[in-house]
Design a protein around this ligand. Structure first.
Ligand code: ZN
Length: 139
């Protein structure tokens, strides 16, 4: 990946073959970013999406192994157990222009992935919520 900082925004380009969550997490640790939001577009060659079942308190997931456009990637960054945590959702489009999406577990970049990330002043943390079964923003 490459990045350029413009004011308090980072313009990030991920390369072909890079994993989005893994590469971004490493970048966040290197830059000490703990509160931010981001959006992105691009394409992937692999993606694993998830859907949360509130009653069962568990995610189901599905893997896609084909070239897909990233119609929209949106997420936020907060601290969980002292480390930056990415919460991201993604919409993907296939060759027939059909779109689907979900909670992004991981995806591998195809041609490119262009992300704009805005850093917040201060800190954002997550905390386990027993009733919901997820690590929710602790505001
Ligand atoms: Zn989610």
């Amino acid at each position: 990946m490459k990045h350029k900082k413009l004011g308090e925004k980072y313009i990030i380009r991920l390369f072909k073959g890079e994993k989005i969550i893994e590469t971004l997490t490493k970048f966040l640790e290197e830059e000490s970013i703990t509160a931010a939001y981001f959006s992105g577009i691009g394409a992937v060659i692999f993606a694993e999406l998830a859907h949360y079942d509130l009653e069962k308190k568990e995610y189901s997931s599905k893997k896609f192994k084909s070239p897909l456009e990233i119609i929209s990637l949106a997420g936020n960054i907060s601290l969980f157990e002292g480390k930056p945590m990415i919460h991201a959702h993604i919409s993907l489009g296939d060759k027939s222009m059909t779109m689907f999406g979900g909670h992004l577990k991981e995806a591998t970049v195809a041609a490119t992935c262009e992300i704009i990330l805005k850093v917040f002043e201060g800190s954002l943390k997550r905390k386990q919520d027993e009733e919901i079964g997820l690590n929710l923003l602790d505001l």
